[in-house]
Design a protein around this ligand. Structure first.
Ligand code: RTP
Ligand code: MG
Length: 138
């Protein structure tokens, strides 16, 4: 079995709502292994690098504001097809549209704000996983 790695973030809304344990439980229950974990107060520099693909989009500034509003839990997880698998566990970006059974579908709240406070981030490709793990676990 070939193990793959991904970066998962429990975003500030997940940490503030006390959902870190529940989110880590779902990752482990699926069979993925948590191989590193740290709580980070992310600054603008880290977030701008992390969200480079979104720079210039209307939600970029509110996104950086939100992501720096409180601590984030960064998780290195490994497992067979964990990148795609965690994106399935997380569900659609919009918590209202996310399917029940997913983290965002079961636990995400739609506050009607100008950015989705959707509890988690997961890398979307092997390339982004490698890049993002380097940023958060350097
Ligand atoms: P993520 O990167 O956090 O795993 O989420 P994603 O792939 O599902 O979403 P993405 O399109 O990469 O957007 C990154 C994050 O920006 C916020 N966002 N808000 N129009 C909006 O309100 C909006 N669009 C994006 C969300 O926090 C999203 O997860
Ligand atoms: Mg994304």
């Amino acid at each position: 079995m070939s193990a793959e790695e991904t970066l998962i973030l429990v975003k500030p809304d997940g940490v503030a709502r006390g959902l870190t344990g529940e989110i880590l439980r779902r990752i482990e229950a699926k069979g993925y292994t948590i191989t590193d974990l740290r709580m980070v107060r992310a600054d603008r520099e880290l977030l701008t690098a992390h969200y480079a693909e979104h720079e210039g989009k209307p939600f970029f500034e509110p996104l950086v504001e939100f992501m720096s509003s409180g601590p984030v839990v960064a998780v290195r997880a490994s497992g067979h097809r964990v990148i795609e698998g965690f994106r399935s566990l997380a569900g659609a970006t919009d918590p209202t549209a996310a399917a029940p059974g997913t983290i965002r579908g079961d636990l995400g709240r739609d506050w009607g704000l100008n950015v989705q406070q959707n509890l988690v981030h997961g890398s979307d490709s092997t390339l982004s996983a490698e890049r993002e793990l380097g940023l958060w676990f350097s």
